[in-house]
Design a protein around this ligand. Structure first.
Ligand code: NAI
Ligand code: PYR
Length: 377
């Protein structure tokens, strides 16, 4: 199979979908890898590194897209890339389609087989989301702590306090991978940490992990309102796989926070859980202030630490990408249930139920959609 790796074009997105080690693995199993020039530079990998591993370096993104059977990316294609879509193309990347109606329509209209990293599922875990959630969770507290500083618009507190001065309060809503990692850093800084989740088993696990370092609370509008009002920093870390995120933090809850407090809505890639976050922000201009509260809503947080993130991401995506390359997309997803659950769009239909429901499209089970595809894929 011919695998194409374009350079990422999202604001400050310095990750790349493959490392030289990944190229080596593809080439050694008989595949061809084409990579856009300088695609890896932001992550510290040069064209020479990729060429030495056996990749062909192409000067233009258009040539990478046009010559590849499968495109591997990090972030969802932007509108300027929709023109590269074509019938039969396999796209393997983060997609977050519940928050991307136009992209979904373009993939459907052009007959792309779109496999989303974030919905590949193994035993109710999301192995291709996990490493980036680890990165974003850790960053969320680090970033929140920075924006609490006065020069960054915050109320001017140190989360850990100092002897004789109260510690700051951090509320993490959603105690999964992002939430646990945000809490880890917050506890490490010495903050007072509350984690809110809907799943009692998860709350028990968190209690076992953190002991008396944190407070756990069952999720309800009442509990969230109470915790948010008292918090210096709120981290939004809820996920309902594939679906648009529920708006759990309302505008009146944000109004109840003290001026200079900070909210970091990590779940923004699925639409966000904070009602007052009405736009995605970028690493260039990451915050805005509403009701006196600093809002951070960057949808590609790990893009700011690309070296760590590229290696962590490709560690988990490569084994699945190799299966697609070795067997073709149809047989690979038929033989691997985890990968099957990654298929969001195929043969012009939405094949992931939560995405179809969120966007009002008809849901077509993957197996049925695959019957319409030519067996060469
Ligand atoms: N902005 C960015 O750069 C990044 C964003 N993310 C996003 O962060 C979000 C969280 O991801 P993960 O932690 O990996 O998901 P996860 O599935 O590990 O955790 C989600 C948690 O939310 C909980 N939950 C569901 N409904 C809830 C409710 N009503 N109230 C409280 N908790 C609720 C679940 O029980 C689960 O524990 C996702 O949208 C993911 O895509 C992940 C990485 C980077
Ligand atoms: C998960 C995701 O969308 C990211 O790492 O950018």
């Amino acid at each position: 199979m011919r695998i194409g790796i374009p350079k990422e074009i999202k604001n400050n997105e310095n990750r790349v979908a493959i490392t030289p080690a990944g190229v080596d693995a593809f080439v050694k199993t008989g595949h061809q890898v084409m990579i856009e020039t300088n695609a890896g530079l932001g992550s510290g990998f040069t064209d020479e590194d990729y060429a030495a591993a056996g990749a062909t370096i192409l000067q233009k993104a258009a040539d990478v897209w046009a010559n590849a059977d499968m495109i591997m990316k990090v972030k969802e294609p932007l509108s300027s890339e929709y023109g590269y879509f074509r019938d039969g193309l396999i796209l393997f990347t983060y997609l977050h389609l519940a928050a991307e109606p136009e992209l979904t329509r373009a993939l459907m209209e052009k007959g792309v087989t779109a496999i989303a990293y974030e919905t590949v599922e193994v035993n109710r875990t999301l192995p291709l989301l996990t490493p980036m959630s680890e990165v974003a969770g850790r960053m969320a507290t680090q970033i929140g702590a920075q924006f609490l500083e006065k020069p960054y618009g915050g109320k001017g507190i140190l989360l850990g306090g100092v002897p004789g001065v109260k510690r700051g309060k951090v509320t993490v809503i959603g105690g999964g991978i992002v939430g646990t990692n945000a809490a880890k850093i917050a506890v490490g800084l010495g903050a007072q940490v509350t984690i809110i989740d809907l799943n009692p088993d998860r709350l028990r696990q968190l209690d076992d992990i953190f002991g008396s370092d944190i407070q756990t609370m069952m999720s309800s509008p009442f509990a969230i309102a109470e915790a948010v009002a008292e918090s210096d920093l709120v981290v939004g870390a809820v996920l309902i796989p594939g679906a648009k995120a529920p708006k759990l933090v309302t505008e009146s809850m944000i109004r109840s926070m003290k001026p200079g407090s900070v909210v970091v809505d990590v779940a923004i890639d699925q639409g966000g859980i904070i009602e007052t976050v009405d736009r995605i922000t970028t690493h260039d201009d990451p915050t805005f202030v509403k009701h006196g509260v600093v809002h951070y809503a960057v949808a590609n947080m790990p893009g700011a630490v690309p070296r760590t993130s590229t290696i962590a991401l490709t560690n988990v995506t490569l084994p699945y990408a190799l299966q697609i390359a070795n067997k073709g997309a149809i047989r690979a997803v038929q033989e691997n249930k985890a990968l099957l659950q990654g298929v969001n769009v195929a043969a012009g239909s939405v094949t992931y139920k939560a995405v179809a429901d969120s966007l009002g499209h008809e849901y077509v089970p993957v197996e049925k959609a695959l019957e319409k595809l030519p067996s060469v894929l």
